[in-house]
Design a protein around this ligand. Sequence first.
Ligand code: GTP
Ligand code: IMP
Ligand code: MG
Length: 330
Amino acid sequence: MPCTVIVGGFFGDEGKGKIVAYLALKDRVDATVRTGSVNAGHTVVWKGKTYGLRMVPSAFVYEKCRLYVASGANVNPQVFLKEVEETGVKGRVWVDRHSSIIEAKHIEEDRATGKRIGTTGQGVGPAIADRVRRIARLAKDLPELKPYLADVPVELNRILDEGGKVLVEGTQGTFLSLIHGTYPYVTGRDTTASAVCSEAGIGPKRVTDVVVVFKAYVTRVGKGPLEGELSRDEALRRGWLERATVTGRERRAAPFNFNLAKRAIMLNTATQLAITKIDILYPECSGARTFEELSSEAKRFIREVEEKLRVPVTLIGTGPGVYDVVDRRF
Ligand code: GTP
Ligand code: IMP
Ligand code: MG
């Protein structure tokens, strides 16, 4: 556990937000670091409220957890400040001095040019491009972020040195990776485990666990290939039609893809798997907290995943609530 990385194994929206929130509470995590940017929305259903977090880490639900935004992240200051307010985390949330800033011009450019790929229109790609051109503004250049600035790699490595627990919160999914995904239908950064650690300033030898999160079926927003894609009507019939957290667009859907999953495990060196939304595939499993409570079909599916992918399924999502999890780690 000491340093656990959570990443998505398909095309994002696998339910990383909910898994991170659960782990933070259950394992009493000392710190968490959010990578990526505002194109990714992590949904956390907590104390009767649904949060669609785009900047503040999902681990905010555990009040003792220190919350960090990574050096490699791209910050939209308005979204960050609004979420800090909404979640009430001021005093335990920090942004790395070197994270780069999304400005209005980036959003305009993304909206004007992003249709070819079906981007989220949040300005992330253009902001990253400016960082690569070495003309980006950084968090340390913005007066409104001054109270939140920190040297995040130093803090995270200090917490680990002192025997603390750190979660690295990945965003999006393996096949949206700029390097390993379905280029050009990808996001502007590498989304795999090595890359999110690099964004956070955590070296590869510090990582103890990599949890790859898969949904019990595959969804994808925006353009790009999706093997076995169902018609909208069929997705609706199966209860697989979802809406994106950030843009409200419909997510395309397909059955669980073992070949993609195998590749995601290789690219991320998964040590554990989480499978979310088992309750959507098998409604009778809704709210289950133990493996025994799952139906025999659901158990068979989990066993098939473990046999074919050769990595233990340690966490199973049985509903949207933070504690709707079967935890097989203990
Ligand atoms: P990105 O970082 O944008 O890739 O998002 P994410 O991986 O955090 O997932 P997101 O919150 O966008 O989408 C997952 C959806 O599934 C949300 O609506 C969650 O509330 C919901 N969810 C997560 N786990 C479960 C589960 O086990 N069962 C059910 N029914 N819903 C779940
Ligand atoms: P961008 O990241 O906004 O440039 O979008 C590039 C591609 O990644 C588009 O297909 C988006 O739909 C997709 N994408 C970006 N972020 C997310 C996410 O968090 N969940 C799902 N898809 C995403
Ligand atoms: Mg999402």
